[in-house]
Design a protein around this ligand. Structure first.
Ligand code: GLC
Ligand code: MG
Length: 532
């Protein structure tokens, strides 16, 4: 078990490069900044850092609009800086995962300029061009994920091009073999530079319906939801042919040992698990975002864990995500007391955990004044913007929280002087210390990293309990999602003694537990029983 591949054993940490660490006093984080903070990541105890896009880009969607797949935007540094980052990371036994954005390019990508030049351009078919509908309007009813129609008319040729996101992000035509070959080359470019894997942006979008049929209306659409939800994305995404594309991506990675392929996929569990592919020819880890979307209570979470475990295909490795650069911060969603429970849940469930930078110190929602809004989605659809979860990392109580010597591109959280890495790192009661201890436990106990999962029935309504076990030990995790204390009776009444490994309440007096105990409000704990 201990020799299980790193991406099953390990933990992924997402660094949003604009906001992690600035090294050149321009208020924007960069690659050298990340390199400078690798010691922190090693100290924290994560195994891999996933870096959101740093490629040349006009930054219409802050790097998710790529103008060159094989370069580094000067804002973030140089290729040499990147190579240094990889070398320094590997020296610390940290893996480096890149963000690969294959669904669309930037409008500034030379491929698009060529494609747009004329209807007969050799690259015309690299993107998705369609004639107008008979009334001159867009070819069908597809909506952009950032609101408004997903089609933009190009005056020169009179045709529309498709963009699932901004009009500055035209979708590539993955049915075209030349596109596939060019993108495979981009993957190899980075694989040859030593990267350990890719998180593939909106992978379930790569193939669209060949007939471009209208999406059906979504009967559950409610006021306040983003416009994209007006229709069910039946024909614009999650098409069966996408699995051939993914199998080809896998084949590109195959000659390189132990590389991981992660897919960003927002779909219900039964569709999500299809992305492991037939005979596991899909992605290694289809990102599981259920903890982000589920109601935060013990019963709902127990149900979703059971149904996810049951839905996994044979050999499919689970994974869990608590936050990312597109979702409200976990501490904002569940509150500070439950942020500790969330940490313990994420790091004790079966499956690879992905942590989002700043969540380990409990950064919550940061209000962005209107004049400082950056996310284009916020401009299109106010209230949906993602700036509040992209604010600079809070390192210490110096000017700009140690993030930069200049005014940061997004405002810092107002609590940065008191909520930061420096003041939490030596505080035994801090969230950061809890994260670090949990990550340490995952390394010390294979039961926790790669052991089996077994739900524990008969708990009070607000309590979720489960075992993680392997040949060496059983670890029992008991989490209280409520603020009231609860009396817990363990099923094995006259059974074994359990030793307390860790509690979210560092002042808990007991060190061993048998039969039952009182679990504090908002308390989570981990018990261990060694096997003879
Ligand atoms: C993904 C990214 C998001 C981006 C979008 C378009 O969902 O995580 O940040 O805006 O794709 O690339
Ligand atoms: Mg900078």
């Amino acid at each position: 078990m201990a020799d299980t591949v790193w991406w099953k054993r390990g933990t992924v940490y997402q660094a949003y490069p604009r906001s992690f660490q600035d090294s050149d006093a321009d208020g924007v984080g960069d690659l050298r900044g990340i390199t400078r903070r690798l010691d922190y990541l090693a100290w924290l105890g994560v195994d891999a850092v996933w870096i959101s896009p740093f490629y040349p880009s006009p930054m219409a969607d802050y790097g998710y609009d790529v103008a060159d797949y094989c370069g580094v935007d000067p804002l973030f540094g140089t290729l040499a800086d990147f190579d240094a980052l990889v070398a320094e990371a590997h020296f610390r036994r940290l893996k480096v995962i890149l963000d690969f954005v294959p669904n669309h390019t930037s409008i500034a990508h030379p491929w698009f300029a060529e494609s747009r030049a004329s209807r007969t351009s050799p690259k015309r078919d690299w993107y998705i061009w369609r004639d107008p509908a008979p009334d001159g309007g867009p070819p069908n009813n597809w909506i952009s994920n950032f609101g408004g129609p997903a089609w933009t008319r190009d005056e020169a040729s009179g045709q529309y091009y498709y963009h699932a996101f901004l009009r500055e992000q035209p979708d590539l035509n993955w049915r075209n073999p030349e596109v596939r070959a060019a993108m495979h080359d981009a993957l190899r470019f980075w694989l040859d530079r030593g990267v350990d894997g890719f998180r593939v942006d909106v992978i379930w979008h790569l193939i669209k319906d060949e007939g471009f049929r209208d999406n059906p209306e979504n009967p559950n659409f409610a006021a306040g939801q983003a416009e994209i939800n007006r229709f069910a994305q039946v024909y614009s995404a999650d098409r069966p042919e996408v699995f051939d594309i993914i199998a080809e991506l896998r084949a590109v990675l195959a000659p390189y040992p132990e590389r991981v392929l992660i897919g960003e996929i927002y779909l219900p569990v039964e569709r999500l698990v299809a992305y492991y592919g037939a005979n596991l020819t899909g992605v290694d880890l289809p990102f599981n975002f259920q903890l982000i979307q589920a109601p935060w209570n013990a019963r709902s979470l127990a149900d979703l864990i059971e149904s996810y475990e049951a839905a996994l295909p044979p050999g499919g490795w689970p994974n869990w995500v608590l936050g990312n650069h597109d979702q409200p911060r976990i501490a904002a969603r569940v509150g500070p007391a439950q942020a500790a429970i969330a940490a313990m849940l994420l790091l004790t469930l079966r499956g690879t955990p992905t942590l989002y930078y700043g969540d380990e110190i409990g950064v919550a929602h940061v209000s962005i004044p209107p004049e400082r809004v950056r996310d284009p989605w916020e401009r299109n659809e106010p209230g949906h913007g993602r700036d509040p979860e992209r604010t600079p990392m809070q390192w210490d109580d110096s000017c700009h929280a140690g993030f930069s010597d200049a005014e940061p591109w997004l405002p810092l959280s107002p609590d940065a002087a008191t909520r930061n890495v420096e003041c939490q790192r030596d505080d035994a009661t801090s969230l950061l210390t809890l994260y670090r201890r949990l990550l340490r436990l995952r390394r010390d106990h294979t039961a926790l990293s790669v052991g089996a999962y077994r739900g524990l029935p008969g708990m009070p309504d607000t309590v979720l309990a489960y075992d993680r076990h392997d040949d060496a030990a059983t670890l029992r995790i008991v989490l209280n999602f409520g603020a009231e204390q609860q009396t817990i009776t363990l099923p094995e009444e006259r059974g074994p003694r359990w030793s307390l490994l860790l509690s979210t309440h560092p002042d808990r007096p007991e060190t061993t537990i048998a039969g039952g105990f009182v679990l504090g409000g908002d308390e989570g704990l981990i018990l261990i029983r060694d096997h003879p």
